[in-house]
Write a protein that binds this ligand. Structure first.
Ligand SMILES: Nc1ncnc2c1ncn2[C@@H]1O[C@H](COP(=O)(O)OP(=O)(O)OP(=O)(O)O)[C@@H](O)[C@H]1O
Length: 249
């Protein structure tokens, strides 16, 4: 069994003309091991969202490859990539993206139904139990707080036991105490359940819950940090200009 959940190789994404267009990604090589929690950071426009979109198969790279669970998915057709997103990738967004007219349990079961699996109501309840929301299974998103909605979204993201969960600013809309609860939950999913998470964030506190941080600058990997602390990440972000200079060399 491959030990890498996700690998990207020489990944490039050019928007517009190949010569004069924007190189949103410019030769990115990254490995995301199974059971790892990686934060992706970098200035606005550095390519973080483009990286997630390419890994999710929402966007096609101009060059390079995306390998998920040992399978090169780069050239899969639209149908196969839709199945990939439904079955092998979980998503957590800043603004939760729950279906407003479905209960918490129905939202959690939705990926299983879309993947054509028999939706066992007990599984949705178990997943909600894991995120501390067993009592709220029958509630609609509008009846839940922001932090509770994000817990439902996390239970949903892990429902299909995906190869990787892609989280885009998962704590961006939450107050700092609620954000820490959510980050602890993500950390537990990695440590205890061997899930794999790739999280885009601007927040050094959020990044400090990860095993490592990848810094992107101008579409390139400008640095890595293992065992990040809040101070070390904030310090690196304050000196991104030095990373930029190193990339330009
Ligand atoms: N559909 C598109 N068409 C043209 N240019 C695009 C498109 N999507 C992204 N870009 C450009 O690609 C670059 C990388 O964008 P991306 O959204 O990946 O950055 P980001 O690091 O996620 O930024 P932010 O932190 O602001 O979300 C930017 O210069 C952006 O303007």
């Amino acid at each position: 069994m491959d030990t890498m959940a996700v690998q990207v190789r020489r990944l490039a994404r050019v928007y517009g003309d190949h010569q004069t267009g924007v190189r949103a990604l410019d030769g990115v090589d990254l490995d995301f091991p199974r059971g790892s929690f990686t934060a992706v950071m970098g200035p606005s426009g550095s390519g973080k969202s483009t990286l997630l979109s390419c890994v999710a198969g929402l966007d096609r790279p101009t060059e390079g490859e995306v390998v998920i669970d040992g399978e090169n998915v780069t050239f899969w057709d639209e149908d196969a990539r839709t199945r990939l997103r439904r079955e092998r990738i979980g998503f957590v967004f800043q603004s939760f993206h729950l279906m407003p007219y479905l209960t918490a349990a129905q939202n959690v079961a939705l990926p299983l139904r879309l993947a054509g699996r028999k939706a066992d109501p007990r599984l949705a309840r178990t997943l909600l139990d894991h995120v501390g929301l067993a009592e709220r299974a029958g509630h609609l998103p509008g009846e839940l707080s922001g932090g509770q909605q994000q817990r439902v979204a996390i239970a949903r993201a892990f429902a299909t036991e995906p190869a990787v969960v892609l989280a885009d600013e998962p704590t961006g809309a939450l107050d700092s105490a609620t954000a820490k609860d959510i980050l602890r939950l993500l950390r537990t999913a990695v440590t205890e359940l061997r899930q794999t998470i790739v999280m885009v964030t601007h927040d050094p506190v959020a990044a400090s819950y990860a095993d490592s941080v990848v810094f992107l600058v101008d579409g390139r990997v400008a640095g890595h940090m293992a065992h990040p602390t809040v101070d070390a990440v904030a310090g690196q972000l304050a000196h991104l200009d030095e990373l930029v200079a190193a990339v330009a060399r």
